[in-house]
Design a protein around this ligand. Sequence first.
Ligand SMILES: [Zn+2]
Length: 251
Amino acid sequence: VNQTLPLNEQLLKLEQLQELDLKISQLEQRKQELPLALGELDQKLATLQEMRNEKKTLQEAAEKSHKQIQAALQLHQERAEKATAKLEGVSNPQEFQAANKEIDQLKKFSDDLEKESIQVNEKLKAFESEMGKIQEEVEKIEAERAEKASAVGAEVGKFQAELNKMLEKRNEAITGLDRRILSRYDRVRKARAGVGIVPAIEGNCTGCNMMIPPQLYNVIQQGQELKDCPSCQRILFVPQQRKETSAAEIE
Ligand SMILES: [Zn+2]
């Protein structure tokens, strides 16, 4: 149980793990981005809802004014009837004149109210037709959204299945890895944009492009100790191929 893999094999495992982790985080990101496609439609629906609310306020005001006009017309009608009745029972020219004047006035008021009533009715008809158009648009977008949502749901499911496979692979990949090395890698990876281990090439860290102090670079090349970059803290390794090439060159 205490037998651990040599460091170069641990590093190789970490390298493979890093590749896997990058794929996993890409999948996770794409999975999270999928529902964003619905956002545009949600925005359209919210705008339509706002329009509908504004129109509704105006429509209600027009309806109220319509009712008031109808009530006023009714009142004038009743008064005109009374005035007409009065006209029949007048006993002198003064009373006749007064009743006639009242009738004329009431008729003028009523005519004005009728005109106003026609205008308000036209407004109400226009509102009704606009509201109908908004409703049509809302239904169209809601249908589109429902269709898209189910497509997105299916896609999310596919991504999740792929992710589950990857996570299983990850579990396999970490067996045999030293727990302290793994937790060090995971910690740096989370803090550093998903990358916890990077190759050191020609004396530079490929994670942050900083030059590695020569003494440290030598230690890393020997591959006997686990070392990280002094500036980005990522674990450093010298790619195997490179080491073999330089060994061949020495021979
Ligand atoms: Zn670095």
